[in-house]
Design a protein around this ligand. Structure first.
Ligand code: NAD
Length: 475
């Protein structure tokens, strides 16, 4: 969901909240507390760039402290403003509740165009922003734990970790002050791809739900389903690669800042990413129709089964909602569908898989990374060899009892103990499947819950309310 002509991004988030809240039966005071943003820190700091001082506007919003620490990404974009940061922090609280990640919601934003700065300049800005957060106690493994978002990645997270550590050399858990770090700097394997992989698992689960497919007039399963992706950044590129490689889905359209391409019989995503790296653009990709910058949104209206907006908010609005041909929209980005558009899509029978569920893979694996940092040990270190020895004994016994030998390749596959990345993917898959089933049950059970997003809001509100009551925070 997002802003449209009726109001701001935050107003849009809150309007979903208000309509879902009616279905929870909770008292108004508690509902007001869950909805409100607890704290926002706005700061303007100077950074010397090319000999000139530039004043940079930045934010960190902590929406809810019903669980600690708070958690949410840091966005570098010229669109950053308080309304957006608070809206995104609010979504984080609901997102964490939906996937049972025990954090409150937060979000940070720095109002810059990251592509305009050199690496050194970005490092300066990131370190200075972190220093401001440290000063105000807006960061720490038990306080507030940032992560990557639009315009930031593992590089920025490493700078944040290093800056925090310099201020807190005595903090043995300092690595848990930020997630999405490079693996060799206390990150976890599988974090970079996590949001995209989670999107794939979520879309796959929807496509594997027979009742839902019947409603949408689609066949069950991922194989052969045609997808259009907007944005080939971290989230979009991983969603596309995994959907193609593991789900046998066919990418027919891609939209990026420079323009868009469409190819009815499919685009190999790995080849396209290589092409973009070499040519600096997706335009003129061999065999595909190209559309210039001004028309880059048009492929979202082309024939496909699943449309995956994975760039920014406000991409499907009242202006283009009527023209969308996809039967499912998977909100990989935060807020790509406006509240006005959502109404039109619902009337037209298009199913929106909401952001607060679908892109929760990032925060889920961030939670795993934080746990790894607090335990000071890689996942799988204790049990890997034990499991392998055990599995080997089982195979040996089977061979002995049957008198037949297991093929060498199968033996190796069965014996292999889980590595960190296997465990992370397994935890993420379990989270996305069970959370979808929970939402879908609420959607089916509550007659007045009009779409999956409302079901997601009802689920989140109920879980947070339960925390308030059971943790004794609510008077
Ligand atoms: P990113 O910076 O890695 O990628 C964004 C991509 O979108 C870039 O390639 C950019 O060129 C492209 N883009 C920008 N404007 C566009 C436009 N108008 N049309 C087409 N393409 C455009 O960012 P990301 O981390 O992939 O985040 C994308 C979205 O996913 C954001 O809404 C973010 O809040 C959300 N999200 C990210 C994560 C995460 O782990 N990174 C987690 C949850 C949600």
């Amino acid at each position: 969901m997002s802003a449209d002509k009726h109001g701001t991004f935050l107003a849009s988030v809150n309007s979903y909240y208000d309509s879902a809240a009616q279905h929870t039966g909770l008292n108004q005071g508690l509902l007001d507390q869950i909805k409100s943003c607890n704290s926002v820190y706005q700061v303007n700091f100077p950074v010397k760039i090319n000999g000139k001082v530039k004043v940079i506007e930045a934010y960190r919003a902590q929406h809810s402290h019903h669980r600690n620490p708070t958690k949410g990404g840091i966005r570098y974009s010229m669109h950053v403003n308080q309304d957006e940061v608070v809206a995104l922090a609010t979504l984080m609280s609901y997102k964490c509740a939906i996937v049972d990640v025990p954090f409150g919601g937060a979000k940070g934003g720095v109002k810059i165009n990251p592509w305009e700065y050199s690496e050194n300049e970005l490092e300066k800005i990131t370190r200075r922003y972190t220093t401001e957060l440290v000063r105000r106690k807006f960061i720490g493994p038990a306080i507030d734990v940032p992560a990557p978002d639009y315009g930031t990645g593992s590089r920025e997270m490493a700078w944040i970790y290093d800056t925090y550590r310099a201020f807190h050399p005595e903090d043995i858990n300092a690595a848990g002050c930020v997630t999405g770090k490079p693996v060799n700097q206390n990150g976890v394997r599988g974090r970079t791809e996590a949001t995209g992989r989670g999107c794939y698992y979520g879309i796959r689960q929807a496509l594997n739900t027979p009742k839902l497919m019947k409603k949408l007039g689609m066949t069950v399963g991922t194989a052969g389903k045609r997808i259009v992706v907007q944005g080939l950044g971290n989230v979009g590129s991983h969603t596309a690669m995994i959907s193609q490689d593991e789900g046998d889905m066919v990418i027919v359209g891609v939209s990026e800042v420079e323009g868009a391409i469409y190819k009815k019989d499919g685009i190999d995503i790995h080849d396209l990413l290589k092409f973009r790296k070499e040519h600096g653009s997706i335009l003129n990709y061999p065999g595909a129709e190209s559309f210039g910058k001004d028309q880059r949104r048009i492929v979202m209206e082309f024939d496909c089964d699943v449309l995956i907006p994975a760039a920014l908010e406000n991409q499907i609005t009242e202006k283009n909602a009527e023209k969308i041909q996809a039967k499912i929209i998977g909100e990989a980005a935060n807020g790509p569908v406006t509240a006005g558009a959502a109404k039109i899509l619902a009337q037209r029978g298009v199913m929106v898989i909401p952001d607060i569920y679908l892109n929760a893979g990032g925060v889920t694996v961030s939670y795993f990374e934080w746990l790894k940092n607090l335990s000071h040990m890689r996942f799988g270190r204790l049990e890997k060899r034990f499991d392998e020895a055990n599995n080997r004994r089982i195979i040996d016994q089977i061979e002995k009892l049957t008198g037949k030998s297991v093929d060498e390749r199968d033996r190796n596959m069965i014996v292999r103990g889980a590595d960190e990345v296997d465990l992370v993917r397994s935890g993420l898959e379990e989270t996305m499947i069970s959370s979808f089933d929970q939402l879908y049950e609420v959607y089916e059970r509550k007659r007045k819950v009009e779409d999956l997003r409302s079901a997601a809001f009802v689920t989140a509100i109920s879980k947070i309310a339960n925390d308030y009551i059971s943790l004794g925070i609510w008077p």
